[in-house]
Design a binder for this molecule. Structure first.
Ligand code: GDD
Length: 317
């Protein structure tokens, strides 16, 4: 079976590639953009084929899909950092929505019968009130960032292509995920890197933070990519699934956990540059639908995830 991962050089993409290599007997393909950083997949370089393509370009997208003719497509490539979507909204919308549209159009024109997982997001739920958790798939979508809007666009395109053409799309709404290789701009990784820099003595013991009151539902990336695989193996085409832990922590609690695991003493300083025009206040999901269809449940506890993330930064050059 041929498996294509878009965004294979990224955080979730590289973990999904690891998962496929370790657990599935597949021919693995990845799409990379010119000048993509490749350090996340250098350890598996000889176990996959990489094809160069910019998904924003319809003809090159069609060409690589025709060259591969995949059975499964995991579409993880995206502009995934919420704050960038305020500074570069059109780029975020084009990359995320048009990039996916080009994949769908290529699959349609080639009349491929492949299954396609699309990486949607809990950011789509946006403004969630305390009496609305745990969030179900049927909860209203009230995105609070251009990024959230771009993910609603991807999500609804997935629904529409399933309804219009019978395309075998499975929409996964992953809640926050973290672990080794997480990019340093995302909150857990940002805090872990600051802590490790303090441990190493290359930073004063002062941590810069943004909004610590937001609550998020974190899952280990290694559990998330196992869910992505199951979404195509056992999930129902046309469905949308929450993928989450079912537990939320305030960002302050996450900070306290990371500092506690490290054992260092720190002062906390709010950096106004880290505050957002509107921050999603509360995300806490319900994954029972996905569990019922696939048997998936998260296995790795948050403290192990955070500890592995600290170790990742301790080992980084
Ligand atoms: N990045 C960052 N840096 N966030 C901070 C900081 C900080 O110093 N301090 C507090 N926060 C808060 C943010 O305001 C937000 O409420 C929360 O920490 C999480 O921020 P991120 O890690 O940047 O993630 P996100 O929730 O905006 O988005 C992530 O999760 C989505 C799923 O819900 C991303 O991975 C998205 O791509 C993903 O779709």
């Amino acid at each position: 079976m041929k498996v294509l991962i878009t965004g294979i050089t990224g955080f979730a993409g590289s973990h999904l590639a690891d998962y496929c290599i370790a657990n599935q007997d597949v021919d693995l393909y990845g799409i990379i953009r010119w000048r993509s950083r490749t350090e996340n997949i250098e350890h598996i370089w000889d176990k996959l084929d990489l094809l160069e393509c910019d998904l924003r370009d319809a003809s090159s997208t069609r060409q690589v899909i025709e060259d591969i003719m995949p059975d499964y497509i995991f579409h993880l490539a995206a502009q995934s950092f919420v704050p960038t979507s305020w500074s570069a909204p059109s780029e975020s919308l084009i990359t995320n929505i048009i990039g996916q549209l080009n994949i769908f159009e290529a699959v349609k024109k080639l009349d491929l019968k492949c299954r396609i997982q699309i990486a949607c997001s809990s950011e789509e739920y946006g403004m969630v009130y305390p009496d609305e958790v745990p969030i179900k798939e049927s909860s209203p979508l009230r995105p609070l960032s251009p990024y959230g809007v771009s993910k609603v666009g991807q999500d609804l395109l997935g629904y529409q292509y399933f309804m219009s053409y019978g395309m075998k799309v499975v929409r996964t709404r992953a809640f926050n995920h973290t672990g080794p290789r997480r990019g340093p701009v995302f909150v857990c990784s940002d805090f872990a890197k600051q802590i490790v820099d303090i441990e190493k003595g290359i930073r004063k013991p002062v941590m810069e933070v943004g909004n610590l009151d937001a609550r998020r539902d974190f899952t280990d990336v290694r559990d998330i990519v196992r869910a992505y695989w199951l979404s195509l193996e056992k999930g129902k085409p046309g469905s949308v699934y929450n993928i989450c832990s079912g537990t939320s922590y305030s960002i302050r609690e996450i900070l306290d956990k990371l500092v506690g695991i490290s054992g260092i003493d720190v002062d906390i300083k709010t950096d106004k540059g880290r505050l957002r025009p509107s921050d999603v206040p509360l995300l806490e999901g319900d994954y029972s639908l996905f569990h019922a269809d696939t048997g998936w449940k998260p296995e790795i506890p948050i403290d192990k995830t955070l500890s592995d993330l600290l170790d990742f930064w301790r080992d980084a050059g």
